[in-house]
Design a protein. Structure first.
Length: 119
């Protein structure tokens, strides 16, 4: 039950973020939508790694070898999510700094104003 709720929440966040990227023309709203997509993917990864009644993957008296495939929780998805959160924070900071520079140049955050490209 809880896994399906968490999976659907992550998917819903990703869909709302994708909708925001496609429909909005404001750079700040697009950055927020990209952050929503990232948060939704983090929730999905954690939900996929969830094991009901799971325990740490340490083989001892509490977790015999025969029960390990059923009860051991894989720590890799959680570690990947923590790393992805840090990377997402850095990317969001760079995007916001870029948005500030664009605003200083054109005095607007609408994508429609940034049509020329200088190579």
């Amino acid at each position: 039950m809880i896994a399906s709720v968490v999976l659907s929440t992550g998917l819903a966040l990703m869909l709302v973020g994708f909708w925001g990227v496609v429909t909005h023309r404001n750079i700040l709203r697009i950055i927020i939508s990209l952050s929503l997509i990232g948060t939704g993917s983090h929730i999905l990864i954690v939900a996929i790694g969830f094991v009901r009644g799971g325990t740490a993957p340490i083989i001892d008296r509490a977790l015999p070898v025969a029960e390990a495939p059923l009860r051991a929780v894989d720590p890799i998805p959680s570690a990947l999510v923590v790393t992805a959160i840090v990377i997402g924070l850095a990317v969001t900071a760079v995007l916001l700094a870029y948005a500030i520079r664009l605003y200083d140049t054109k005095r607007t955050l609408s994508i429609n104003s940034f049509t020329e490209s200088k190579w």
